[in-house]
Design a protein. Structure first.
Length: 73
């Protein structure tokens, strides 16, 4: 298997399909993969979570997100 060719082939898929591939790959990673965030990334995540908690109506559903992505094409 040639990783570069696979990436090239995948990049030709529609966005929704590429997102499904990303999710499928993510789901195969072990729980203890050792992902860490920088202090800046953690601060941004904390900021976004606080903003969401302050106004949860600003969130959109997965279906709305996918529709938005498809509309951008």
């Amino acid at each position: 298997m040639n990783v570069e060719q696979t990436i090239s082939d995948l990049s030709k898929l529609p966005i929704a399909d590429r997102l499904r591939v990303v999710q499928a790959i993510w789901d195969t990673l072990p729980d203890d993969v050792g992902l860490t965030t920088t202090p800046e990334q953690q601060a941004e995540l904390d900021r976004r979570l606080a903003a969401h908690r302050a106004n949860p109506k600003t969130a959109i559903s997965h279906d709305e997100l996918m529709q938005h992505i498809e509309n951008r094409r």
